[in-house]
Design a protein around this ligand. Structure first.
Ligand code: SF4
Length: 295
């Protein structure tokens, strides 16, 4: 695998350098927090967006637009002043797959609690970070728990948050890839566009790649993972191999890898026309072996 990583450096660095970020950002979930110039608004919108970022962007985006419209020009101010009995009704009719209006109400209540205690999401994250030079896992676990363990009795009278609300905050300890929370961290921490670099006290070297189906396909195609299941371990493995290329910023390749597959520029199979201009062809499993010799 070491050989594969060595061979990957140039094609991956080129993909990262030459990718058309401007066009693809408009089709990515990051476009929602990007609308808000204020860091506190951007932070809270980024978290809400990432929490809902399961399924296609155009589908959850429609539902998210409705919530953002209800929050007005400053979502951070809206959340800080949120009173569920008065404002919870603003989300009436919200439906997106596992989630309903009360889950968004609960998000606002929990975010109000977190912001009320720590002031910003960044400070809430840092307060739960046991080792700023260590793995990101315990800090992310504690950050998600702040929302899961918030006092939500006013929203869920039986004291147990809904399945939909719990789905918003996956925990690394359950073994899943936690793509949405790792995506939120990427947006907040990475210093280079399209990411925001709003959390300067967290090193990009600690991030884990947000693994969704597109990143999984691409990672397998170019030999960044051989694991069969999309898990936290797979996120660690892919990130470890990317760190062999850029230890200071391993997750920088995420956006381009994800969008290359999502856009149809890669079909995860050997396709003479589609693959012809692909710089990853030299390391792609679909072009190795007998198939490659026939091409
Ligand atoms: S060579 Fe083809 S299948 Fe392989 S990564 Fe490139 S576009 Fe995808």
């Amino acid at each position: 695998m070491r050989t594969a990583v060595t061979g990957l450096r140039e094609p991956l660095e080129r993909l990262y350098r030459e990718f058309d970020y401007t066009t693809r950002v408009e089709l990515d979930a990051i476009r929602f927090p990007l609308r808000y110039p204020g860091p506190r608004d951007r932070e809270i919108v980024a978290l809400l967006t990432a929490c809902l970022a399961y399924g296609r962007v155009d589908l959850f985006g429609r539902a998210l637009e409705r919530v953002l419209a209800a929050m007005g020009s400053s979502p951070a101010a809206f959340v800080l002043a949120f009173e569920p009995r008065l404002e919870g009704g603003r989300f009436d009719g919200f439906v997106y797959r596992f989630n309903r209006a009360r889950d968004i109400t609960a998000f606002c209540v929990a975010a109000r609690e977190v912001l009320g205690r720590w002031g910003t999401l960044e400070k809430a994250f840092l307060a739960g970070d046991p080792d700023p030079a260590g793995p990101i896992t315990p800090a992310l676990e504690r950050f998600a728990r702040r929302f899961l363990d918030a006092d939500l009795r006013g929203v869920f009278p039986r004291g147990r948050p809904s399945r939909g609300y719990r789905h918003l905050f996956p925990l690394p300890s359950t073994g899943g890839p936690c793509k949405r929370l790792n995506l939120f961290l990427r947006w907040m921490v990475r210093r280079e566009p399209p990411d925001f670099g709003l959390w300067p006290d967290v090193s990009p070297a600690r991030l884990l790649i947000p693994v969704d189906t597109h990143v999984e396909n691409m990672a397998r195609a170019v030999g960044l993972t051989r694991l069969k299941s999309r898990t936290w371990r797979m996120a660690e493995e892919i990130t470890e191999r990317l760190a062999a290329i850029d230890a200071t910023d391993p997750v920088k390749f995420d956006f381009a890898l994800c969008h290359k597959r999502m856009s149809g520029e890669c079909r995860d199979r050997r396709d003479l026309a589609v693959c012809a201009p692909c710089g990853l062809r030299v390391v792609c499993r679909h072009w190795r072996g007998r198939g490659a010799r026939r091409a």
